[in-house]
Design a protein around this ligand. Structure first.
Ligand code: 5AD
Ligand code: SF4
Length: 440
């Protein structure tokens, strides 16, 4: 059997895609290895969202090329390929910019990878595919098996929002929703192969409007939750990412009505200033965003909210930044991801005149992250002495760990019998990043 090594960067969608790439290559006789030295095929599944993510490709590729040389001396051939958003963003130019590549495949063309590998082996000519049809991809990939107790399932891909800083519409294309029948089939298969929790993925998951089971009427996300929840053996449903004002009242109601839907929502605000939001081309004001959170908390008072933030967007003043700091306190986020604004080629914001100096961005990010961690610690500390139901997913170094309904990482003393199960844990310690306690 040949071996494939894949390094995944970027978002959960990329993790999902990497799994599907592994399944597609398994059909060609490739088995996954974690050891690069063993790999006949090495892939980097790339991210283009920020400059830092794109830069990582080069260091990873450097390592791969060294290993390829060592293997060559041992008489073994190695193919090196790039997949993902960097390929889509660069197109044919990828071979000039990223030296030493044999194969390049964009996010909508993974189903063609086995064919490209075979063609490369036969001709030794570089191969590239970077088309824009999510539909083709989903219809042509083999069925997906679970690789653990939690699984990702892409239901929607692409984005029509065109936030002025973002490359996603250019790398993942326009919005596409998979049919309900396909999604439900994949979900059932994931559960049959061991998944207890499914995370439904989409760049704008609330826009999902796939064809329903009757083949005539489209469903919405709330209806999909209802049907996925009927799968026996599935314990938990999560979803991400939501665009704040696209979340509908019936999705909000689902948080009250569907037990399997976890009380957690990722609702990226990006900035606490209306003028920055406008320049970002986000379709909401801060007060509209807060109204959505109000409604969610009315439906499900304990819901945990997380967010993404960008600091140092072009033109962001100290006053704008202080409004972001204020929103963090007002919302009391359970978790957050925060980034320095990174100018991305081809986006409108990269051409804006009033770019913010690096040192200011760094200082703001530092302050914001300090506050976010403080809030996160406070969120976690509320659970001290209380019981939380934890789905245990892995064991390592004498501990088992898993997730609470609120996405908190929870540790307990190792007991392998609890893996794949939901157990109540009495919380005895809390930090900003995790909880620990005793299994009851
Ligand atoms: N610079 C910094 N952060 C960005 N994000 C998206 N584009 C950029 C950019 N150009 C962040 C947003 C988004 C998350 C996935 O990445 O916060 O929600
Ligand atoms: Fe990165 Fe966006 Fe591509 Fe995900 S979709 S890998 S975040 S550029």
């Amino acid at each position: 059997m040949k071996k494939i090594y894949i390094k995944t960067m970027g978002c959960q969608m990329n993790v999902y895609d990497s799994n599907r790439i592994l399944d597609a290559m398994a059909a060609l006789g490739y088995e996954e290895t974690q050891d690069m030295n063993q790999a006949d095929l090495m892939l980097i599944n790339t991210c283009h969202i920020r400059e830092k993510a794109a830069d990582k490709v080069f260091s990873e590729l450097g390592r791969m090329k060294e290993v390829r040389n060592i293997r060559l001396k041992q008489g073994k051939k190695t193919i090196i390929g790039l997949t993902g958003c960097v390929v889509q963003a660069l197109g044919e130019e990828v071979f000039a910019k990223v030296k030493g590549l044999d194969i390049a495949v964009g996010p909508q063309s993974y189903h063609l990878l086995p064919e490209l590998v075979v063609k490369y082996e036969r001709t030794r000519e570089r191969q590239i595919k970077a088309t824009f049809s999510s539909e083709e991809k989903f219809k042509n990939l083999p069925k997906m098996n679970a690789r653990g107790y939690t699984a990702f399932l892409a239901i929607q891909e692409g984005c029509d929002n065109f936030c002025s800083y973002c490359v996603v519409p250019y790398t993942r294309g326009c919005e596409y929703s998979r049919d309900a029948a396909d999604i439900l089939k994949e979900a059932r298969n994931l559960v049959e192969t061991g998944a207890k929790e499914i995370m439904l993925l989409g760049q704008n998951v609330d826009c999902w409007h796939g064809m329903g089971l009757d083949g005539v009427h489209e469903w919405n996300l709330a209806k999909l939750f209802e049907e996925v929840a009927k799968i026996e053996g599935l314990e938990r449903i999560r979803y991400t990412t939501s665009y704040p004002v696209d979340i509908t009242d019936d999705v909000i109601a689902a948080h009250k009505d569907i037990d399997k839907l976890m009380p957690y929502i990722h609702l990226p605000i990006q900035s606490g200033s209306d003028s920055v939001l406008k320049a970002m081309n986000r379709r909401y004001t801060v007060s509209e965003y807060l109204k959505v959170i109000d409604k969610l908390r009315k439906a499900r008072p304990d819901i945990a909210v997380s967010s993404d933030f960008i600091v140092g967007f072009p033109g962001e003043t100290e006053e704008d930044f202080l409004q972001t700091m204020k929103i963090v306190e007002d919302v009391k986020y359970a978790q957050s991801y925060s980034f320095k604004y990174s100018a991305r080629p081809g986006t409108p914001a990269s051409l804006m005149k009033n770019q913010i100096p690096q040192s200011v961005k760094e200082e703001r990010l530092y302050q914001l992250q300090e506050k976010l961690l403080f809030m996160q610690k406070a969120f976690n500390e509320q659970f001290l002495g209380k019981n939380l139901p934890v789905l245990f997913i892995e064991a390592s170094k004498g501990q088992v760990c898993g997730y609470s309904p609120y996405m908190q990482n929870v540790h307990a003393v190792e007991d392998k019998a609890v893996l794949g199960q939901i157990k109540n844990v009495k919380i005895t310690r809390a930090s900003a990043s995790s909880l620990s306690g005793e299994i009851i």
